[in-house]
Design a protein around this ligand. Structure first.
Ligand code: NAP
Length: 262
């Protein structure tokens, strides 16, 4: 039987096994998707062992190994190379290929009708996932991207980036934002600044557990993009790499995930 794992230091909490095993059942695919919880000490040894198993056809990689996995790959696709992170591995022609589907997966969650390209976007946090989101927004021609991070890291894709500011300056910028994307495990907007966000602002949180994160639940009237939407989209793109077709959107899967996220 074909095997796929999600590897990470909290992989047991991942909803990826639920998503993929649902699709395997639906499409009658003889494969099993499981989690493998690794730590920095055993990561290299275990990853090497798993990749040597002929039944293993791919991996998903989650926090904190999306960069550490690079040295286990033979080839990177151009997006994974640009982002410097891999969330999806496949084996092809005896090569281990590192890919990234987070960037495209996130982009698919944005409503096309809103024509956000010329609008003001705020990204809160600049970790691995934010890097993939920044990459796709710049690639798609977004003109007004404002990034805030606790640590002042050198921004990638810098030449096209408008501002990098200290988090303390975030408040003023919230008022006229069209899209705010939280990529941190916290709500950095904070209670005292809740009123600064307009009801018209589209709010996105890539954290998916719980579905209504501390950030999202403070704005009942706003349109929202939930983290679980990105998880499903990036997973569907990995599925296509492994099995050659993209699973169709499925209400039953959405209901199952909603139940698990309660
Ligand atoms: P990461 O690389 O560790 O980045 C975490 C980010 O959060 C960094 O910007 C970090 O700031 C910031 N942060 C963490 N604790 C903070 C604090 N106490 N105060 C201020 N900032 C803080 O993680 P990641 O890979 O980007 O993932 C971020 C989240 O997104 C995780 O919860 C992950 O599960 C989720 N995610 C979801 C999907 C999906 O498909 N829905 C995909 C990928 C990730 P510093 O740089 O200052 O440390």
């Amino acid at each position: 039987m074909k095997k796929i794992y999600v590897i990470g230091n909290r992989a047991s909490k991942s909803l990826s096994p639920t998503i993929f095993n649902f699709w395997f059942k639906k499409y009658n695919i003889k494969a099993k998707y499981s989690f493998l919880e690794l730590n920095t000490k055993n990561f290299d040894k275990k990853t090497h062992e798993v990749l040597k198993d002929n039944n293993v056809i791919g991996l998903n990689i989650t926090i904190p190994f999306k960069n550490k996995i690079l040295k286990h790959t033979d080839v990177l696709d151009k997006h994974a190379e640009e982002i410097n992170a891999v969330n999806c591995v496949l084996k092809k022609n005896r090569k281990i290929i590192g890919t990234n589907t987070d960037w495209k997966g996130y982009y698919k969650t944005l409503p096309k009708s809103k024509n956000l390209k010329g609008k003001k976007v705020i990204i809160i946090g600049y970790g691995g996932a934010a890097l993939a989101i920044h990459y796709v927004l710049k690639t798609k021609g977004f003109k007004n991207i404002n990034i805030y991070n606790r640590t002042r890291k050198k921004l990638r894709f810098e030449e096209k980036t408008n501002y990098t500011k200290n988090l303390t300056k975030l408040d003023k910028d919230l008022v006229d934002a069209d899209l705010i994307i939280n990529t941190t495990p916290l709500d950095l907007v904070g209670k005292k600044n809740t009123h600064l966000i307009s009801k018209k602002t589209l709010l996105s949180d890539i954290v998916y557990l719980p579905k209504e994160t501390d950030f999202l639940k403070k704005y009942p009237s706003n349109k929202k993009i939930y983290g679980i939407e990105m998880l499903v989209e990036q997973a569907a793109l990995c599925f296509k790499l492994w099995f050659g077709f993209k699973p169709a959107p499925d209400l039953e899967l959405n209901e199952l995930l909603d139940f698990k996220l309660k």
